[in-house]
Design a protein. Sequence first.
Length: 71
Amino acid sequence: MPSRIKKLIGTIVMLIWLAVYAMIAMTIGVAILPGAAWPIELAYYAIAGLAWTLPLFPLIWWMNKPGPDEA
């Protein structure tokens, strides 16, 4: 598959994943954290704000892998 197509597909998947993940993280935060102390809320949103990147590492690796027509 050409590199440009892989990057287009990867970008679309990333945008969809980010929107879905943000909604899930927000829903969990609103359901679990009402009345929690601010350091706990800060820790949750800091972790949730960074955790969305972990599942994307394989996708980024795939996007940057050279295609059959590239050397």
